[in-house]
Design a protein around this ligand. Structure first.
Ligand code: DOR
Length: 434
């Protein structure tokens, strides 16, 4: 199969190249990347036969396949919520050709057997690259370190107990020390469970008014502080997952200024929504950490602009409808986010907060550097790993049309601007024009 993409505007942070290009792909490998001064349009919009596909892409963008460093693919164990097959297909629809999957499966990914299982399934049924994240502690219990060296050798690229914090600072210290020796970062779910005290939303006037137990911002910030201090003293990198508060941003900013090896991610729901989204007891907006206030949202947007937050990840957390269609207090936390994350983030570009290159860096080169996964970008001789995007194309989120088994999105009915039209991953071609 030969694919010829003409006149796309390419932004590739890996090769540091930008401009109008023709890109040819032959049998899954990029055979030509030609930057050009002038657009010489093809007559046809796109034509294909069984062996050749030509795409006239004037006005469209080409980016390296996006990387989502925080997803829950739920397999093994929770296949009724998501599988590696459905989760990776959903990822492709969202523009991601690489995803990391968190360890809170059943069994937990705290031993090489589970890692091998995930990798084998991904190879068999996956649509994109899957990078498992190993558990920091056995069973995510926070008590005993998992066999991190063996997990790394089996294919884990990072370690996290995401969903659960590592409450014991000595265990976190040891994890950081090990992670340094095996060159795979710790990703920290920052939450002090004593302070969270089974809360279900952000603590404040609204939680009081709704009669729901709140989670104070201090619950997150105290652990961000602790982990930054551990990272500083024991000289090991730490990556802070799903940053949700202004206070966390301030701590990370100060730590970065002091030269601490800290990186951070946030998710689209923290810069597009506030706690108001749960005011009607909408369980699809129930997430951990919880949606916060306007002030926090603004601080996160500013932190993305100032590069205090390096990465945007979806924290794709699909759940079955029966786990959400219950009283608010009982509903599970999480948003099915991989299909909407990039389009929601494009708002930052449409609103003039980030330029397109800055946004693409947060979805490509930054996560790849943090995880130390080698990505070539769009260059001749490399495996095809790229997407074609119409950043102006509007579409309406319809939860029933999500490919993910998780229909738990608070963005149902939202009009978003920016659609992934094609993804090319090795020999796989995904045509998502509708
Ligand atoms: O909302 C969340 N859902 N936050 C987490 O940290 C875990 C995740 C899940 O696994 O459902």
């Amino acid at each position: 199969m030969i694919i010829k993409i003409y006149n796309a505007y390419m932004i590739d942070p890996f090769t540091n190249k930008e401009g109008i290009v023709d890109i040819f792909i032959e049998d899954g490998v990029i055979s030509k990347v030609q930057l050009k001064n002038k657009v010489k349009s093809l007559k046809t919009n796109s034509k294909s036969s069984s062996s050749i596909m030509e795409i006239e892409a004037s006005g469209l963008y080409v980016f390296p396949g996006l990387i989502d460093m925080h997803t829950h693919l739920r397999e093994p164990g929770y296949e009724y919520k998501e599988t590696i097959r459905t989760g990776t297909l959903a990822a492709i629809r969202g523009g991601f050709t690489s995803v990391c999957c968190m360890a809170n499966t059943n069994p937990v990914n705290d031993n090489p057997e589970v890692t091998y299982y995930i990798l084998a399934k991904a190879k068999e049924e996956g649509s994109c690259d899957v990078y498992p994240i190993g558990a920091i502690t056995k069973g995510l219990k926070g008590e005993e370190l998992s066999e991190m060296v063996m997990l790394k050798e089996a294919g884990c690229v990072a370690f996290s107990d995401d969903g659960m914090p590592v409450m014991n600072p000595l265990i976190m210290r040891r994890a950081l020390e090990y992670s340094k020796t095996i060159d795979a970062p710790i990703i920290s779910h920052c939450e002090d469970l004593f302070l969270s005290e089974n809360g279900v939303m952000n603590e404040g006037k609204l939680s009081f008014y709704l009669g729901l137990k709140g989670i104070p911002k201090a619950s997150e910030e105290i652990m961000v502080s602790r982990d930054v201090i551990l990272s500083k003293h024991f000289k090991a990198p730490i990556h802070i997952a799903h940053v949700s508060t202004k206070g966390s941003v301030e701590i990370i900013k100060k730590a970065k200024e002091e030269g601490v090896h800290v990186t951070a991610e946030t998710c689209p729901h923290y810069f597009t929504l506030t706690e108001e989204a749960v005011a009607s007891y909408n369980t699809n907006a129930k997430v951990n950490p919880p949606l916060r206030t306007e002030e926090d949202k603004e601080a996160i947007i500013e932190a993305l602009k100032e590069d205090i937050i390096d990465v945007i990840a979806s924290d794709h957390a699909p759940h079955h409808i029966d786990e959400k269609k219950v009283p608010f207090q009982e509903a599970l936390n999480g948003i099915s986010g991989v299909e909407t994350a990039f389009a929601l983030s494009l708002r930052l570009v449409h609103d003039g907060i980030l330029n397109l290159r800055e946004l693409i860096e947060k979805f490509t080169i930054n996560p790849s550097r943090i995880l130390k996964i080698n990505k070539n970008g769009i260059k001749e001789g490399a495996e095809a790993d790229l997407i074609v995007v119409d950043i102006e194309r509007e579409w309406i989120v319809d939860k029933e049309k999500l490919v993910s088994l998780g229909k738990n999105t608070p963005f149902d009915g939202w009009r978003l601007k920016g659609k992934v039209l094609f993804a090319f991953k090795g020999k796989k071609t995904f045509d998502m024009r509708e």
